[in-house]
Design a protein around this ligand. Structure first.
Ligand SMILES: C[S@@+](CC[C@H](N)C(=O)[O-])C[C@H]1O[C@@H](n2cnc3c(N)ncnc32)[C@H](O)[C@@H]1O
Length: 278
């Protein structure tokens, strides 16, 4: 013999849930817990009655939570971030890591640079999103102005930063032509499909440049990302040498290898590191 167990809760109308979430959104934007851009995305999720947000709202309201509660705001923030992550994956649907590795492998063989420097790897959305929106914010680094990814591959770092930050210019510099061309295709998907679907007008300039970042000018950067795990010591030394041209306050996020120079202060070191020019 078996029996069913039912759990029922007071039904809360969708209009009431939307109104609750709208208040949460207003409070969060007002107290800068989320950016204006993310507030806009949140409003469009509320308007379209996003299923997961509506479920959360019902639970919050049944628990008599208020729009000011930290727990409510952090869950709503997480929902926005997971929506952005889904958008990032959608952008790369036609350019998988496997395909990118094959392009890199092919291009690498034709190049004279150190093979180790051209080893391919990709940053995960969650890692870069956490660094940008939590670690950098904690150190009052604004996600505004110009962002660079030095060695941008197929553009995963640039697109993640475009989604997470409020940068007005984002630029990826990549040596290998096939990876660069793939990034240009990815950019089209982002600009013509993904960003409009998120309700983001074209308010950012995303650019991919093919070439050696040691010969490029990135002195106007506000935030720089370098997935340097496979970069050799000589390459890192050249990057550091060129980086002395950066303005004070510029933040460099580098994975694995530090920026060894008296021109840089180590702001925070985790398994992932980032530096600011002093
Ligand atoms: C580990 S991959 C990172 C790709 C991307 N930033 C990401 O995290 O998804 C490093 C990239 O740097 C590129 N690279 C290495 N040396 C370079 C140089 N001197 N100029 C431009 N790109 C370079 C490699 O071809 C490779 O695509």
């Amino acid at each position: 013999m078996s029996c069913l167990r039912w759990l029922c809760q007071r039904h809360i109308s969708y209009a009431a849930r939307r109104s609750f979430l709208q208040k949460v959104s207003d409070r969060m934007v007002h107290s800068e817990k989320i950016t204006q851009r993310h507030g806009k995305i949140l409003r469009s999720l509320i308007k379209s009655e996003d299923k997961r947000l509506m479920c959360s709202a019902s639970r919050f309201m049944n628990l008599r939570s208020t729009p000011e509660d930290d727990g409510v705001q952090s869950e709503v923030r997480e929902k926005v971030m997971s929506h952005l992550e889904a958008a990032w994956h959608e952008t790369f649907r036609e350019m998988t890591t496997y395909q990118a590795r094959q392009l890199a492998h092919k291009g690498r063989d034709r190049h004279e640079s150190s093979q180790a420097d051209l080893t391919y790897g990709e940053v995960k959305f969650s890692s870069l999103a956490r660094i940008l929106s939590e670690d950098l914010r904690r150190h009052n680094v604004e996600l505004k102005g110009t962002f660079y990814d030095l060695g941008s591959g197929t553009g995963r770092g640039v697109i993640a930063a475009a989604l997470v930050g409020s940068f007005t210019r984002l630029c990826g510099v990549e040596l290998l032509a096939d990876l660069h061309n793939a990034a240009v295709d990815v950019q089209k998907v982002y600009e013509h499909v993904v960003a409009p679907r998120l309700g983001l007008e074209v308010e950012q300039e995303v650019k991919f440049v093919q070439g050696n970042f040691l010969k490029a000018d990135w002195s106007d950067a506000n935030v720089i990302f370098i997935n340097s795990t496979c970069f050799s010591k000589p390459l890192m030394e050249k990057i550091v040498k060129q980086a002395v041209k950066l303005s004070p306050g510029t933040c460099v996020v580098t994975l694995t290898h530090p920026m060894v120079s008296p021109y840089f202060d180590l702001v925070e070191s985790k398994k992932l590191r980032f530096f600011a020019v002093s």
